[in-house]
Design a protein around this ligand. Sequence first.
Ligand code: UDP
Length: 240
Amino acid sequence: MRTRPKPKRVLLKLSGEALIGEQSFGIDDNAVRAFAAEIAAVARTGTEIAIVIGGGNIFRGMAIAAQGGDRVTGDHMGMLATVMNALALEAALVREGLDARAMSAIEMPSICETYIHRRATWHMNKGLIVVLAGGTGNPYFTTDSGAALRALELECDALLKGTQVDGVYTADPRTDPTAELYEHVTYQEAIAKGLAVMDTAAFALARDNGLPIIVFNIHEPGALARIVAGEAVGTLVSAA
Ligand code: UDP
């Protein structure tokens, strides 16, 4: 078994798409419960977890912009979508018997806590799972950027990016049967080879600050647990 250093504190980026489950849109409670169970198994090993949740299962700002609408309004709606997902995930984690706290980058105090760096750090130090909604809190960004930003702020050892495939490939494995999975690539290789790891802003933030990214298949049962146990699952993107 190939190994990597065990991360003590991780940031998990969960895209909204993952919560669609068997449905065509929205939040599938079974999918949310399954992720909560995977996350609970990891949390019980003592790994500290922050989660940045996407909103693409409900709304993306580009959907409005593509029809000539106002991008900023669309992005506000997209960020609100991430809050719904965060509440669903928080509730599912609590049902698993864990302490979880949804925190939003956009203030909505009667619904959840506002993201404040020191408060989120405090929660994590106490063993709570923080579920971070609203991405960066600004339009023209994505939750991938939110994930890179929060991973750095919260001093996570790695950003775990759950995707629909097993990691970063030489080509799109869904259309090219010869595509091969990379076990490790450097930031420079990823740029030189034009590999789509995360969106450009998120990737630049990770690279400039030496934040390791592990890209893995979010639908593979047990993958998350194996990663935090130090197994070389998916693709590691790092400086060297
Ligand atoms: N969004 C934003 N700023 C952020 C994060 C997200 O404006 O910092 C908006 C944007 O419209 C985006 C939507 O929220 O399309 C949902 O986030 P994302 O597309 O990243 O979700 P995912 O693809 O991970 O489900």
